[in-house]
Design a binder for this molecule. Structure first.
Ligand SMILES: [Cu+2]
Length: 147
């Protein structure tokens, strides 16, 4: 009489263990897929930042002249469909701006301390830009077609 319930319990316990293993495998798979997704897309994927232009302050926080605050390089040569990323390494906010009728660069404020702004150039041309906060800061991106 006592053995009958025990015999019934054993397969039930085995079934539960199987489900625990399946649940663990599913959870691990979800974690792996989530991790791969996070690593693949920005801001985690630093390789997607494109080619860099640094916003430099040589004697921060002073930003009174072009010697103090500038884009590096001042002339950036890229090919069509290149993504350019500006990084503000300074202690002042800056912008990457052109006349909207001439060019589409309009970053808004790029915050101090490492903020970035990116733009992918899909048309060949010379894109002169400046900083609206420090108008003496001027630079350009020259975009050429790959031949
Ligand atoms: Cu500026």
């Amino acid at each position: 009489m006592e053995q009958a319930p025990k015999a019934a319990e054993a397969p039930q316990a085995k079934g539960k263990k199987t489900w625990v293993v399946i649940a663990a495998v599913v959870i691990i798979a979800i974690v792996i897929v989530a991790a791969l997704y996070v690593l693949r897309y920005p801001p985690f994927n630093t390789s997607d930042l494109g080619t860099p232009v640094a916003i430099v302050e040589s004697s921060p926080p002073s930003c009174g002249t072009i010697q103090n605050c500038y884009y590096d390089p001042a002339i950036k040569n890229v090919t069509v469909n290149t993504k350019v990323t500006w990084t503000n390494n300074g202690q002042n906010p800056h912008t990457v701006t052109t006349d909207p009728s001439a060019s589409p660069l309009d970053s808004g404020t790029i915050a101090a301390g490492g903020a970035t702004w990116s733009y992918t150039f899909t048309q060949a041309g010379t894109y002169k830009y400046y900083c609206t906060i420090h108008p003496f800061m001027k630079a350009e991106v020259i975009v050429t077609i790959v031949t």
